[in-house]
Write a protein that binds this ligand. Structure first.
Ligand code: PBG
Length: 316
C-alpha cells in the first residue's frame, strides 16, 4: 500500500556519477572520499561499464592533474591530449550508450586553485576576471565537445558563460552537445573533500567573488532566469540537501529539468556517521536522495551513485 501511494521515486536512471580520472596506470583510493577512486583511463572505462550495467545513464568527469601542469592561465584545461579529453574518447569508443558529461572550470588546472583567470591584488588576494575566464571556458568546452562529450557542465559561476558556450558550440557544429549549468552554486563549506581529491583548494582567497551567498534564495531564481535565457538545457542547484528550498522554488519557476549536486561534504557526512556505527548508511543515504527528488530535482549527481544503484537493484 505504501508503494501504491508513494509520491516520489528514486532509481538508478536518476543518478549521475561524478568520476575522477588521472594520468598513468594507477587506480588510487581517495582518502577524503571513502569508496571513491582516482581512476586511470583504463580503470575508468572498466568502472563505467559496471555503472552503466547497473543502470546509471551518465557520468561527470573531473581531471586530476599533477602540480607541474598547473599554470596561472590553466591552459592544460583545453589540451586536446589532456587527461579529460583522453578519457572522453576512451569512454565514447568503448561505451557509446553511456552519456559523458564534463566539468568545465579551471580550478584543477589553475596554479591559484581558482575557477578562472585571476588578477593578483595588492595585499595578496586575487580577483577572478569574468570575461577572460569565459573565453578560457569556451576553449575548454570546445575541446571536450571535439573529444565527444555529450554534455558540458560549467561549474565556474561566471556571468554570461552559458550564452558564450552555447554560441561557440553551435558555431562549430556541436548543436547536439547539451549544457547543464551550475545555476546556483553556493560558496559552501561542503566542498572540502572534493578539493582534497583534486588537490584544487584555492591557494589564496576564497570563491565568494563568484559563488553565491548561502543566505540567498531569490538570487538563485534570478540566476535560473538568466541561464534559461542564455540557453541552458538543465539547471543545477549545488549543494543539495541544505538547499532543498532552493530546488523547490526553482522547480516552481522553470520548465527546464533540474539537477542537484549532492556534494562531497554531504557524502562524507553520511559516510563518517555510518562509520561511527550510529547511522544506518543505506537508510540515511536513500532518505537524503529521496528528499532531493521530493524537493523537485529530476536528477542527482552523487558519489553514492554506484552503491545506491546496487542497493536499488537488490531491492527490485
Ligand atoms: C569547482 C568545483 C567544485 C565542485 C565541483 N566543481 C568545488 C569548488 O567550487 O571549489 C565541488 C563538488 C563537491 O564538493 O562534490 N569548479
Amino acid at each position: 500500500m505504501r508503494g501504491l501511494v508513494r509520491e516520489t521515486t528514486l532509481s538508478a536512471a536518476d543518478l549521475i556519477c561524478p568520476m575522477f580520472v588521472q594520468m598513468g596506470e594507477e587506480d588510487e583510493p581517495i582518502e577524503s572520499l571513502p569508496g571513491c577512486t582516482r581512476w586511470s583511463v583504463s580503470g575508468l572505462v572498466r568502472e563505467c561499464r559496471r555503472l552503466h550495467g547497473l543502470g546509471i545513464p551518465c557520468v561527470d568527469l573531473f581531471g586530476v592533474v599533477p602540480e607541474r601542469l598547473k599554470t596561472p592561465d590553466g591552459a592544460e584545461a583545453h589540451n586536446p591530449q589532456g587527461i579529460v579529453q583522453r578519457a572522453i574518447r576512451a569512454l565514447k569508443a568503448e561505451l557509446p550508450g553511456l552519456l559523458v558529461m564534463t566539468d568545465v572550470a579551471l580550478d584543477p588546472y589553475s596554479s591559484y586553485g581558482q575557477d578562472g583567470i585571476v588578477r593578483e591584488l595588492p595585499g595578496g588576494g586575487v580577483e577572478v576576471l569574468n570575461d577572460e575566464t569565459v573565453e578560457a571556458l569556451v576553449q575548454q568546452a570546445l575541446s571536450h565537445a571535439e573529444a565527444g562529450a555529450d554534455l558540458i557542465s560549467p561549474s565556474d559561476m561566471m556571468d554570461g558563460r552559458v550564452a558564450a558556450l552555447r554560441s561557440a558550440l553551435d558555431e562549430r557544429g556541436y548543436t547536439q552537445v547539451s549544457i547543464m549549468s551550475y545555476t546556483s552554486k553556493y560558496a559552501s563549506a561542503l566542498y572540502g573533500p572534493f578539493r582534497g581529491a583534486l588537490g584544487s583548494a584555492p591557494k589564496a582567497g576564497d570563491k565568494k567573488g563568484y559563488q553565491m551567498d548561502p543566505a540567498n534564495a531569490r538570487e538563485a531564481l534570478r540566476e535560473a532566469a538568466l541561464d534559461e535565457q542564455e540557453g541552458a538545457d538543465i539547471l543545477m542547484v549545488k549543494p543539495a540537501t541544505y538547499y532543498l528550498d532552493v530546488i523547490a522554488a526553482m522547480r516552481g519557476q522553470t520548465k527546464l529539468p533540474i539537477a542537484a549536486y549532492h556534494v562531497s561534504g554531504e557524502y562524507l557526512m553520511l559516510k563518517s556517521a555510518a562509520a561511527s556505527g550510529w547511522l544506518d548508511e543505506k537508510a540515511a543515504t536513500l532518505e537524503a536522495l529521496v528528499s532531493i527528488r521530493r524537493a523537485g530535482a529530476d536528477m542527482i549527481l552523487t558519489y553514492a551513485a554506484p552503491q545506491v544503484a546496487e542497493w536499488l537493484a537488490r531491492r527490485d
